[in-house]
Ligand binder design. Structure first.
Ligand code: HAM
Length: 421
């Protein structure tokens, strides 16, 4: 039997990878303009990190983690997200210093979730994201959400992406709401899916997040969380909304949005992509002031978001189905050497030109002239250098042709590179 790729994961080829890295590099550039520095953490961590942070009543921890024991019986987990690892590293390396300053980190890397595989939902995917530590002012909520909005605008996705925002208050305030939800859902228990029946006791907020259709009516009539929040929390939220209004950032307040991870408080938000065929959260994040104190002695506020790179690319492809073509291979010079005896001479020239900074490829397989031109076009070459009885250089864009010698061509090209043309 042939061995095949596991379900829910992807191979990436040249054009996919070029586009993927272009997106990652552009996002990195934006993050750096906002003062973020790069951090890279391991792909696996102590399982307890995710149980304590993401929350043991979440789908991610209950059903989706890739957990295994190492040879010494330690429980390790392939990271399902990157926030908890960044927090772990920040604390372990005491990057908070004397706590008289803030830190801004950004990251790019794989995440793993055993989810039902479908378009935009993979078992291995890539996240880029940001985390800010030790800033509790709403200025940072606003700055980070505005930055996410700039990303949507930069990638021209505004027509298909909408910001949804909510406040879920502090854990003290949520306690009252959770009490209310338990009482509200209990009489409807039979109408809920088996997961949500359990959630009435363990984590009724998650019922608001359940995507099963049968729930919709029951969830629609739930009182919004804002009814249970104190004045200060609501005012904080209103100030954020006022800023978004003034900055002309479109949003919908979604009082039922709770997010799929347990560590959030106050502001939560999602940028949701939607077209005729697809709907998914592209960017998700919010404030998580209590997470750090849950896994250490430190009490440090935090705010951040994550973007799925594969989802970003699906969104980009949905508005420009040919986008990958823009990222196909491009070379500068194709050497159509039709005289095998000159291969070594051509190799040496290619070596010099490549080292000077241009890309080249040659007719390694002794193919005929027609196939050489086909290959040069496939590689989007600018010049084809045909080497037979004479040496003919053709610019494939201007169609200009000159007869020269290999030595002269090499000298001209190296000079052009040196002059910066
Ligand atoms: P999340 O909403 O679970 O949040 O994931 C963030 C983004 O990762 C999603 O909006 C989506 O684009 C992408 N994503 C999630 N699951 C999948 C999947 N199975 N396949 C493809 N893409 C996926 C977090 O992970 C938080 N750590 C975000 C955060 C950072 N909050 C504060 N700081």
């Amino acid at each position: 039997m042939n061995i095949q790729i596991p379900r829910g994961v992807n191979d990436f080829f040249e054009n996919d990878m070029n586009l993927h890295m272009e997106v990652v590099n552009k996002l990195s550039e934006i993050f750096e303009n906002y003062g973020y520095g790069r951090i890279k953490t391991p792909i696996f961590e102590d399982t307890k990190l995710f149980i304590r942070s993401v929350g043991d009543d979440t789908d991610i921890v209950n059903k989706e983690m890739y957990t295994f024991e190492d040879r010494k019986g330690r429980s390790l987990t392939l990271r399902p997200e990157l926030t908890a690892p960044v927090v772990r590293s920040y604390l372990e390396n005491k990057m908070y210093g004397k706590l008289d300053d803030f830190n801004k980190f950004y990251y790019y890397g794989e995440a793993f979730r055993y989810e039902r595989a479908q378009a935009g939902r993979y078992r291995q995917f890539h996240q880029v994201g940001v985390e800010v530590f030790n800033l509790s002012s709403i200025a940072i909520d606003i700055e980070v959400i505005s930055m996410a909005d700039s990303i949507i605008k930069f990638f021209d996705l505004s027509d298909n992406v909408k910001l949804k925002i909510n406040t879920i208050g502090s854990s003290k305030e949520r306690k009252e709401y959770i009490k209310y939800l338990k009482n509200y859902f209990e009489p409807h228990k039979e109408e809920l899916c088996s997961d949500c029946q359990n959630r009435i006791e363990t984590n009724p907020l998650r019922i608001l997040d359940c995507k099963k259709d049968g729930h919709r009516n029951i969830v629609t009539n739930v009182k919004p969380i804002k009814d249970f929040l104190d004045l200060e929390t609501n005012e904080r939220f209103i100030s954020i909304l006022e800023y978004l209004d003034n900055a002309d950032i479109q949003y919908d307040v979604d009082y039922k949005m709770v997010r799929g991870l347990d560590y959030y408080n106050d502001t939560v938000f999602e940028f949701v992509f939607k077209n005729e065929d697809l709907e998914f959260t592209l960017i998700g994040g919010g404030r998580y002031d209590k997470l750090i104190s849950q896994i250490s002695q430190q009490d440090i506020p935090a705010f951040g978001f994550g973007i799925g790179v594969e989802r970003m690319i699906l969104a980009l492809k949905s508005i420009n189905s040919d986008i990958e073509k823009d990222y196909s291979k491009k070379i500068d010079i194709y050497f159509a050497n039709l005289d095998e005896n000159r291969d070594l001479e051509v190799l040496e020239i290619m070596n010099n030109i490549r080292n000077a900074g241009l890309s080249c490829e040659m007719n390694y397989m002794n193919k005929g002239i027609k196939q050489c031109y086909k290959k040069a076009e496939e590689l989007n070459a600018i010049y084809v250098v045909v080497i037979s009885d004479e040496v003919r250089v053709k610019n494939l864009f201007t169609k200009e042709e000159t007869v020269t010698s290999l030595k002269e061509f090499e000298e001209d090209i190296l000079k052009e590179i040196e002059d910066g043309n």
